[in-house]
Design a protein around this ligand. Structure first.
Ligand code: ADP
Ligand code: MG
Length: 399
């Protein structure tokens, strides 16, 4: 789960981490109120969307030379006009895709006199099974570009969970950022606080870009992105409450309500499968036959009729879907229950695309009978290869 910059800053400030003062705003009035509480004379108005690259982003509705989604404002009036410009409009950045994201909220924050910009992030590194702290002197730019062009400017420090964060980790961070004296001390303290925040909050990723050194010799978090391990969210109701469903794919939100593992993809063949491994294999075999899956969907081991119906509706609500492949192995789940669910869902949603079903396992014959007697144009398949060939052929034929 991702959260907004202003929410991440609110969480990090509880760990004592240095952050410029700022206020979230849902409308122009709130943006003005926020600005009035700040000392000035420099304010920054920042679009709150779940994507980076806002500074260099473009608003679809504004002229091409208009400023982006992070704007320096030199007066409360300028804050007001920037807020009017941004709210409700669509910001397109390198991370949003061409459609962009609508800006529904802003963050009005203190303008900082920047001396240097650095990069610091933390991830759970699956290769070492440890938390890695990634630091670079090249802050404020795309870290992917830095990694590509000047990989020697990125340092990775891994932290053994058995010892936790040790003073030498902090010194390594300060050294990698080429900091000395009081600033090195500040970097050591900050990296320790970040490690504590990361582990306490069960983060998946925490990125600070840029981390800045101010002209007054302070280290401040200017921009941050945080994401959380969704399996641990139950331990953090305060974090869970920060979820902004308007930022997520509506189909994925709906799927999570039914406890379905659904991920939207770019193809045109909707897939409903039980078991993540079988779902992956189904997607592979669709590709092998020259087409692309529209989604990953694992209905789980103990799916009932309601769950199958919900899954079906979610797949069909994707306008890109031109055909559906259902591939179920009835182990714990029985084929007749699945067949029942498919038939009732297909009737309920007025199925308008070809549907190929491959059932195998417990009560397979009852399941196949239910499908055959349903009066619906459901195409039955015998095995995985047969199912993939049939759905791909059907979709090509219809096109
Ligand atoms: P994004 O990464 O989405 O473009 P950032 O918050 O990193 O957004 O802002 C982009 C740039 O704007 C930063 O690299 C920094 O140079 C400048 N900036 C952001 N916040 C402030 C601030 N509070 N004071 C001064 N400059 C800022
Ligand atoms: Mg940034």
């Amino acid at each position: 789960m991702n959260i907004h910059e202003y929410q991440a800053k609110e969480l990090l400030s509880k760990f004592g981490i240095g952050i410029p003062t700022g206020y979230p705003a849902n409308n122009v009035e709130e943006a003005v109120e926020g600005a009035k509480k700040l000392p000035g004379p420099l304010y920054v108005v920042k679009a709150q969307i779940h994507a980076g690259g806002r500074g260099k982003g473009k608003f679809s509705e504004l002229p091409a030379d208009a400023k982006g989604g992070v704007r320096l404002a030199k007066s409360v009036d300028a804050v007001k006009s920037d807020a009017q410009d941004m709210l409700g409009n669509t910001l397109v950045t390198i991370q949003t895709g061409d459609d962009g994201k609508q800006v529904n909220r802003l963050y009005v924050t203190d303008g900082v006199d920047i001396a240097e910009e650095y990069y610091l992030s933390m991830v759970v590194d699956r290769e070492t099974s440890r938390i890695a702290m990634i630091v670079s002197t090249e802050g404020g730019m795309d870290i992917e570009d830095v990694a590509h062009n000047t990989p020697d400017k990125i340092e990775t420090i891994t932290i053994d969970p058995a010892t936790g964060f040790m003073p030498h980790h902090g010194r390594a961070v300060a050294f990698a950022l080429k900091l000395e004296g009081a600033l090195a001390k500040a970097a050591q303290k900050l990296s320790k606080q970040l490690y504590e925040a990361f582990t306490t909050l069960d983060c998946e990723m925490l990125e600070i870009n840029p981390l800045v050194e101010t002209k007054d010799g302070e280290l401040l978090v200017l921009d941050t992105k945080m994401s959380f391990d969704s399996n641990a969210l139950y331990r953090h109701p305060d974090v869970e409450a920060m979820r902004d469903e308007t930022e997520e794919d509506p189909m994925e939100v709906e799927a999570s309500k039914h406890d379905l593992a659904y991920i939207k993809l770019d193809g045109n063949i909707g897939c409903m499968v039980n078991g993540a491994g079988l779902a992956m294999a189904t997607m592979d075999i669709i590709k092998l036959n020259g087409a692309f899956p529209a989604n990953f969907l694992d209905v789980g081991g103990g799916a009932n009729r309601e769950k199958v119906t919900a899954a079906f509706k979610i797949i069909l609500s994707d306008p890109a879907v031109e055909g559906i492949l259902v591939n179920i192995f009835g182990g714990i789940m029985k084929c007749d229950i699945i067949a029942d669910g498919i038939v009732s869902a297909a009737k309920e949603v007025n199925l308008s695309v070809p549907l190929v079903v491959r059932l195998e396992g417990t009560n397979v014959q009852q399941g196949k009978d239910i499908l055959a007697n349903s009066g619906l144009p459901i195409i039955s398949a015998d095995d995985l290869g047969d199912a993939a060939r049939k759905i791909v052929a059907q979709v090509k034929e219809a096109a």
